[in-house]
Ligand binder design. Structure first.
Ligand SMILES: Nc1ncnc2c1ncn2[C@@H]1O[C@H](COP(=O)(O)OP(=O)(O)OP(=O)(O)O)[C@@H](O)[C@H]1O
Ligand SMILES: [Mg+2]
Length: 331
């Protein structure tokens, strides 16, 4: 049984000023070139485009490569539990740890490690209380006198995540598709944005929505970078079709971010087996638990994620180099 808080206390003036202090500190670190970029936001305004599958596969790949990874599911669905096999275990707190951090100002604490070096901050139904609070704060902020006061509510997650950034090499935020306040929170807390997208019109519309919110978040988070788009579950291996899809997506973002070379192929049988087993494709490529007919496509899907994980890290390193060169030039 998931414990649901009886009433979420409103964010009082003391909490809000703690958020503002945290945001000021973060800006100072950015200006001094001391802000270490490590938070990836996996987001698309459209549901079912592969956000959670991508977040889980990247988290496992990077943890296996030796990085300390924190995976935060900013979603009531709790899909990370299915992808990583901890639904129903003591690790699945329904979003309680996040609610305690955002609503009560407690330190954001993972519920545990689901793989060596991979800590989880699960989502779930308790996040509904967080969402309600975000809507209240957004409404209250409209009455604030100063511009900073009108924006501060957007930094509640940023303050909570900044307090634990030093514990991880990488933090991944898996963000719910339908909630604007949650998406803004994630974009203010993040350093790099990854947008998984299918090629259909509604996924592309979701992508353009995120691009707009990206602009809003940048007012508070000037170092936020759109790292790239991941073409998800394409069922065409024809390179001409893939090139067309990529060109359309780059056009949707007006060239402001690249589309990653590596696409994630469409293999429903493998995806179903992953959620049934609670493991990501890389962990099931040679598993005896998988029907032999599915094993070959599982191995191919695992290969897609593995090379995408490397490509994303290379893009991150390149973006970091550009940022520090710009910083030096400005100094
Ligand atoms: N490579 C794949 N090929 C086909 N189907 C896939 C693949 N990967 C995942 N799926 C399936 O696609 C569905 C959506 O995936 P996922 O939950 O990762 O998307 P999402 O964007 O996080 O969704 P939501 O917006 O609901 O959070 C799931 O049912 C999943 O099993
Ligand atoms: Mg999801």
């Amino acid at each position: 049984m998931i414990p649901v808080p009886t009433a979420s206390p409103p964010l009082d003036a003391a909490n809000l000023s703690a958020v503002r202090r945290a945001l000021d500190r973060r800006l100072q670190l950015m200006r001094a070139g001391l802000h270490q970029a490590k938070v990836f936001v996996v987001v698309n305004g459209k549901g079912g485009v592969g956000k959670s599958s991508l977040a889980a596969a990247l988290a496992v790949a990077w943890a296996k490569a030796g990085l300390r990874v924190g995976l935060v599911e900013m979603d009531e669905q709790g899909n990370n539990g299915e992808d990583l096999g901890f639904t129903g275990s003591v690790l699945a707190d329904g979003g309680q740890a996040q609610a305690a951090a955002i609503l009560d100002g407690k330190r954001l604490t993972p519920t545990g490690q689901v793989r060596p070096r991979l800590s989880v901050f699960p989502g779930g139904p308790v996040l509904e209380d967080v969402l309600e609070e975000l809507y209240c704060q957004r409404r209250a902020a409209r009455r604030a006198d100063d511009p900073a006061g009108r924006l501060a509510w957007m930094g509640m997650y940023a303050a909570a995540i900044d307090a634990v950034r030093d514990d991880y090499d990488v933090i991944i935020l898996d963000v719910a598709p339908g909630s604007e306040p949650l998406q803004l929170q994630a974009l203010v807390a993040g350093d790099y944005v990854l947008i998984p997208s299918k090629s259909d019109p509604s996924s592309r519309k979701g992508l353009r929505t995120v691009a707009r919110r990206f602009g809003q978040a940048r007012d508070m988070n000037p170092l936020l970078r759109l790292l790239g788009v991941v073409v998800f579950a394409t069922n065409s291996s024809a390179s001409k079709v893939q090139t067309n899809i990529k060109e359309q997506l780059v056009g949707d973002l007006r060239g402001s971010a690249p589309v990653f070379e590596q696409v994630i192929r469409y293999v429903e049988s493998a995806a179903v087996a992953c959620r049934t087993e609670g493991k990501v494709p890389q962990e099931l490529r040679t598993s005896a638990a998988i029907a032999p007919a599915v094993r070959r496509s599982m191995a191919a899907l695992a290969g897609d994620y593995q090379s995408l994980a490397m490509e994303i890290m290379q893009a991150k390193s390149a973006a970091d180099r550009t940022a520090s060169a710009n910083q030096e030039e400005a100094a």
